[in-house]
Write a protein that binds this ligand. Structure first.
Ligand SMILES: N[C@@H](CCC(=O)N[C@@H](CS)C(=O)NCC(=O)O)C(=O)O
Length: 225
């Protein structure tokens, strides 16, 4: 679904981030969910290197991306936004109560049980690799990530998706796993590597990623002009 500046749905994103973060910024989750749902969207582009415009805090209380608004609601937190989009998209949230509950369980597991340790590791590796505290704590932090990944492998066994069919839980889980791409922790687990690849091969994911990267290229070209 093309980005459409006149669409009633509007998300926020950055117009530039350093190369290591491209394809990982969390508006990707929202773009992907919108693509799965076939909903066109506009983008409010923010400068990551500048103070947020003061009106932005009404959209996202912490000044982060993404935010989301449509004709009826204004939301923040990527997980809440993906679940909101799923309310009208059976691909993301099954309409039966049990399937829906299980999908939401996995969505929260991705963000609450797995992402924190992944982010702890990423914070060390990207921002503090040489700090004494980071060198001392990295083995423990990495072991925590590995333990979570191993449980995920156990659950997946030979399932294609966490609940047998793709849901919002997979969308969020795959984006969390992608944040480990600077390590071999996912690739060392063939079940997880194949699972992540299945997510990344979905046409909706490919369109979402291309749109995020295109915005960074446009931002870079504008800065160079
Ligand atoms: N829990 C939030 C996290 C949002 C977040 O950390 N966004 C990052 C980009 S991926 C950001 O804007 N960081 C800048 C900052 O925290 O000031 C969500 O999932 O939406």
């Amino acid at each position: 679904m093309p980005v459409d500046p006149n669409a009633p749905v509007r998300i926020s994103a950055y117009n530039w981030v350093p190369p290591f973060a491209r394809g990982l910024v969390r508006d990707l989750r929202v773009r992907w969910a919108l693509e799965e749902a076939g909903i066109p969207y506009a983008v409010r582009k923010l400068d990551a290197r500048a103070e947020r415009p003061s009106d932005y805090f009404a959209e996202q209380p912490f000044g982060q991306v993404p935010s989301y608004r449509d004709e009826s609601i204004s939301l923040f937190e990527s997980g809440a936004i993906v679940i909101h989009i799923g309310e009208t998209c059976d691909t993301l949230l099954p309409s039966d109560a049990k399937g829906r509950g299980r999908a939401i369980s996995w969505a929260i597991a991705a963000l609450n049980s797995i992402e924190p340790s992944v982010m702890n590791l990423a914070t060390i590796d990207f921002f503090n690799p040489d700090a004494a505290w980071a060198r001392e704590s990295r083995p423990r932090v990495a072991a925590m990530v590995e333990s979570r990944l191993d449980r995920l492998v156990d659950h997946l066994e030979d399932r294609e998706w966490l609940e047998g069919r793709f849901t919002a839980g997979d969308l969020l889980m795959v984006t969390v796993l992608r944040a480990l791409k600077h390590t071999d922790l996912v690739e060392a687990r063939p079940t997880l590597a194949a699972y992540k690849k299945r997510g990344e091969e979905r046409p909706a994911f490919e369109r979402a990623l291309a749109a995020q990267l295109a915005d960074f290229e446009e931002g870079e070209a504008a800065a160079a002009a």
